[in-house]
Write a protein that binds this ligand. Structure first.
Ligand SMILES: [Fe+2]
Ligand SMILES: [Fe+2]
Length: 468
């Protein structure tokens, strides 16, 4: 029997008593620990990212195995579990790509798994299942009705989906025509994208542009009066809204709103969970924004838009991925192929090429064209190389640590050569992983009713505790 899922995001945990729901954690390089006491009917999932803090500063305890796991065990006991009855299933820690020297150097998934193992041994907790490593993302579930846990590789889910596959390779013109049926993005949004990318636009100019569009003005006002911002007094003008929210935030919210509408919420195409495509775009945007600021070699605003739009082509190809399942996923498993090879073979076009059709149609800035075209092959780019490399790295970090369950690729590499070009080293990437924008992600992508993130406190529900 399938029960509704409660998604446990990166850097969170969820503990509950018996109920007809299933906990689910989508894992790339992160480690998911399902722990339960079947006798006392209490269990939960911890979704942790890294082995231990980089410094004394810990912003989110669940982010680290060394701080999150002892706390998780403690809370399970407080919720009624008996330490002697606790059992665990552990998954994740993948290299979602073909391992190269860089991956082995970093191997954070492996280090987090090691830490988890040590802590579980210390507490003498029985490990029923341990499936870490491998090349692909997986998901860990815990059925709260019977406290049974399971681990499923994402790619396997795509392959085993029962579906008649009478897939016929589409004509290029068919895909191009499909682009005409995509709802056009409003001119004002395109203008905002250009303004963000030209650092010369002032707050006043942006305000003027926002004021010209009634729908966007209304959204900006609604947002500035929402719970996400301090509502000291209600405001009713755009200028006040911009002051309260900040020019950058307002642009982000507006962009996110329109881009989210474009991405399919299908669970049968690229994404194997609802909203996965937008989840991936937004997390890449936030990571890229932060990585640009961290390296200081590119504007964070450009990083944000580049991340948000890099996979635009998936909007056009999503339907074909869905129609060609399970063939698409079977091909992806072959380690010699990366996602763009598989797309070329099956659809006659990859998502970089498909993205360019939309970029041209929307007249996006040249820098975004280049990012879309080369984000899987940054070494081939001649212009805008820095932002392309940074987006490439952010894309990979997003699949590793903030996965929206996209089988992004079976072969993605960050090479030392590429890192050098943006003044990065494996050590610096390691340092950067501790700064991943989990809180910012939660603020911009509010939790769906069935998601949990950034646990702060626990409250009693349904005979258990709901941590939020
Ligand atoms: Fe991509
Ligand atoms: Fe991507």
């Amino acid at each position: 029997m399938l029960y509704p899922n409660i998604i446990v995001r990166s850097g969170s945990s969820f503990i509950s008593g018996q109920q007809y729901k299933t906990l689910k954690a989508n894992l790339g390089s992160c480690i998911g620990i399902a722990m339960f006491d079947k006798t006392n009917k209490v269990g939960g999932i911890l979704h942790t990212l890294l082995p231990e803090p980089y410094s004394n500063f810990v912003d989110i305890e669940e982010k680290y195995a060394s701080t999150g796991l002892p706390k998780f065990i403690d809370e399970l006991i407080k919720a009624g579990a008996d330490i002697n009855c606790l059992e665990a299933c552990v998954a994740g820690g993948a290299f979602p790509g073909e391992p190269n020297n860089f991956d082995y150097y970093i191997n954070l998934g492996g280090k987090t798994a090691e830490k988890v193992s040590k802590i579980l041994n210390f507490y003498k907790i029985t490990i029923l299942q341990w499936e870490t490593g491998g090349f692909f993302s997986s998901y860990l579930t815990l059925n709260l009705s019977n406290f049974e846990a399971s681990i499923t590789p994402v790619i396997e889910d795509g392959i085993t989906m029962v579906q008649d596959c009478n897939f016929k390779k589409p004509e290029k013109t068919e895909i191009e025509e499909k682009a005409d049926s995509i709802k056009p993005i409003p001119q004002i949004v395109l203008k905002i994208i250009s303004m963000i990318n030209s650092s010369s636009a002032s707050l006043k100019e942006i305000g003027k542009e926002i004021k010209k569009d009634q729908v966007i003005s209304a959204k900006a006002l609604q947002l500035s009066n929402s719970a996400a911002f301090d509502r000291i007094y209600p405001i009713d003008t755009i200028d006040e809204a911009i002051l309260r929210i900040g020019e950058e935030n307002i642009l982000k919210y507006i962009l996110n709103h329109y881009i989210k509408e474009m991405f399919s919420s299908s669970e049968r195409g690229y994404s194997l969970c609802k909203g996965g495509l937008f989840h991936h775009s937004l997390s890449t945007a936030l990571i890229n924004e932060k990585l640009c600021a961290f390296t200081g070699v590119e504007s964070p605003q450009t990083g944000y838009t580049a991340g948000l739009l890099h996979d635009l082509g998936k909007i056009l190809l999503d339907q074909y991925v869905s129609d060609s399942r399970p063939l698409f996923y079977r091909e992806l498993v072959k380690q010699t192929k990366n996602i763009t090879d598989v797309e070329q073979e099956l659809f006659g076009m990859d998502h970089s090429e498909a993205g360019l059709i939309i970029a041209k149609k929307w007249k996006l800035p040249q820098v975004i064209h280049d990012v879309i075209k080369f984000h899987h092959n940054p070494e081939k780019a001649e212009k805008n190389k820095i932002i392309i490399i940074l987006t490439h790295i952010s894309d990979i970090l997003s699949s590793w640590y903030m996965t929206g369950v996209l089988p992004e690729s079976s072969k993605i590499d960050i090479t030392l050569d590429i890192l050098e070009k943006v003044s990065l080293t494996p050590q610096k990437i390691l340092e950067f992983t501790h700064k991943l924008p989990l809180k910012e992600f939660s603020a911009l992508f509010p939790l769906q009713l069935n998601e949990v993130s950034g646990k702060k406190e626990c409250v009693k529900v349904d005979g258990g505790v709901l941590c939020h």
